[in-house]
Design a protein around this ligand. Structure first.
Ligand SMILES: [Zn+2]
Length: 109
């Protein structure tokens, strides 16, 4: 079986999102076309609870993109993004998610 993995194609990572990749939406038409060539398509979603430790807003006096030591490991502090059940965590509306093809979302803590 051939599988296509779609990693975190979510509103917050697209132009206008809280942690946008410039022109990140440019891949969506290609991704939609590629899906037709695979038996299995799996989509992941970055999926954080509010107040996640990787968010700068969870650390008083810290700035977005600052690096801190978190539990003994380096951690870049991100803007709040992909919070569970928020619109930023939703898959891009233009992404093909046809019910006729297997399509799964994986929540990552
Ligand atoms: Zn994240």
């Amino acid at each position: 079986m051939k599988a296509l993995l779609l990693i975190d194609i979510q509103n917050d990572f697209l132009p206008g999102g809280r942690l946008a990749v410039p022109e990140g939406d440019a891949i969506i038409p290609l991704v939609n076309e590629l899906q037709l060539q695979f038996e299995l398509v799996v989509a992941t979603q970055d999926w954080h609870p509010t107040g996640h430790e990787s968010f700068a807003s969870s650390h008083a006096g810290r700035q977005v993109f600052e690096q801190i030591d978190l539990h003994g490991l380096p951690q870049v502090l991100w803007p709040d993004h992909c919070t569970q059940a928020g619109p930023g965590a939703e898959l891009a509306p233009a992404l093909r998610t046809s019910a006729s093809r297997p399509f799964f979302a994986k929540a990552l803590p």
